[in-house]
Design a protein around this ligand. Structure first.
Ligand code: NAD
Length: 377
């Protein structure tokens, strides 16, 4: 089968992590008989430099024609002083809204090979793991096209005050909760709604919607936590969580916190789902946007030291969720695990900043090549 993938390498380390990911996809294509056609597009800082806007209309239109979108990262200090609507990160909001992807799935799993890169003590990890192992495996389902990031914002006439608005409709909350419940149904059947219902009216509304939607998922245990407590519980007992469903802002913050517990932000993939497929499109795949959760990491860009595994695992999520290629997705995930088993580490996941005797430090390029070598059909 042929699949078209909109490719946005973006800025900073974006191109360095996208290249190994496409090479892994091509190796998967070669082994299983699929063809991935890439449509390379500009968004973010590089698009500002060449067109004056972070998300040129032709990028969005071309992305809409593809079966899925794979993005590296956008942004960097050279664009930081531009007005808000012209900043590179605007491209992300425009793509999410333009593709209608409303649910962002962010898995955070501590792989046993990276135990030494996790800052938590063994007893902290063990205490909340039902099998008594120093591990956790959770999924944050973050609402992506509403809330504070899309609400009305502005400054007062005298320039002495500023505001942003958190606004959610019933439908926006319901659809993201359903995504969370469906994910929980094939995991450990627990869903925790994270909010700030002791203070925010919009959070109380989330709870009202959850009370209704949860009735349709009686075999899934629903719980609620205030976001400040959830931030604390993540470092106190991460093993207690299965699926966390939350708003755009809280999901953004909690998933960065969870990423540190997995060893490095460079490890974590994400899938943004929910877009309606253009009926004229040939494969009938659901539109999905896939990206590592990290940013453009200007501090390490151009040095071939970035960790490409978050992007490679994002490509695996694309195989699973957009193309329905479960076997191929698992093969990529297993190859990543095998590369870690072999002791290969990018600098960020070397044990606690010190290189252990059984670890070999490699660059983004070499890590990608190792994953390809270890890919088994
Ligand atoms: P960042 O995620 O880029 O970097 C945070 C830290 O993590 C840095 O020390 C960086 O070196 C490290 N890091 C990140 N990814 C890594 C990887 N793959 N391998 C190894 N180390 C990695 O966050 P930031 O510094 O806050 O933001 C930098 C720029 O990226 C800003 O312009 C920001 O707006 C943008 N940003 C973009 C996205 C996106 O494109 N989705 C997300 C977050 C931030």
């Amino acid at each position: 089968m042929n699949y078209s993938i909109a490719l946005i390498p973006g800025d900073g380390i974006g191109p360095e992590v996208i290249k190994p990911a496409t090479e892994v996809l091509d190796a998967v294509g070669g082994a299983w008989g699929h063809v991935f056609n890439y449509v390379e597009l500009e968004a973010g800082g590089c698009a500002i430099d060449s067109t004056g806007e972070p998300l040129p209309q032709k990028t969005l239109e071309a992305a809409r024609q593809c079966d899925a979108l794979l993005l590296g990262a956008v942004g960097g200090p050279q664009w930081e002083n531009l007005p808000g609507h012209l900043r590179p990160e605007r491209a992300l909001l425009g793509l999410r809204a333009g593709l209608g992807v409303f649910a962002n799935l962010r898995p955070a799993k501590l792989l046993p090979q990276l135990r030494s890169a996790c800052p938590l003590k063994d007893d902290v990890l063990v205490s909340s793991n039902c099998e008594g192992k120093p591990e956790f495996d959770l999924l944050i389902v973050r609402e992506l096209t509403g809330g504070l990031y899309f609400g009305e914002r502005g400054r007062s006439a005298d320039g002495k005050a500023a505001f942003d608005t958190e606004r959610y409709s019933w439908d926006e909350i319901e659809r993201v909760l359903r995504t969370g419940y469906e994910a929980a149904a094939i995991r450990r059947k627990k869903l925790c709604v994270v909010d700030k219902a002791n203070v925010l009216e919009s959070s109380r509304f989330w709870r009202e919607v959850a009370a209704v939607v949860s009735k349709e998922y009686p075999d899934i245990e629903t719980s609620f936590l205030y976001v400040d407590n959830a931030a604390m519980q993540l470092v106190r007992a991460p093993g207690q969580f299965d699926v966390i469903a939350t708003s755009n802002l809280f999901g953004d913050i909690l998933s960065d916190e969870a990423s540190v517990l997995t060893g490095s932000i460079g490890m974590l993939p994400s899938a943004s789902l929910g877009g309606e497929r253009d009926p004229a499109a040939k494969n009938g795949c659901p539109v999905g946007m896939y990206e590592p959760i990290h940013g453009s990491a200007p501090d390490i860009a151009g040095k071939n030291i970035a960790n490409p595994l978050g992007t490679i695992l994002s490509a695996a999520m694309m195989l699973r969720y957009s193309f329905g290629l479960e076997k191929e997705a698992r093969a990529v995930e297993d190859a990543v695990s095998a590369a870690l088993d072999a002791g290969l580490r990018t600098l960020d996941i070397a044990g606690r900043g010190r290189v252990a005797a059984n670890e070999t430090i490699v660059g983004a390029k070499e890590m990608g090549e190792a994953v390809i070598k270890l890919l088994e059909k």
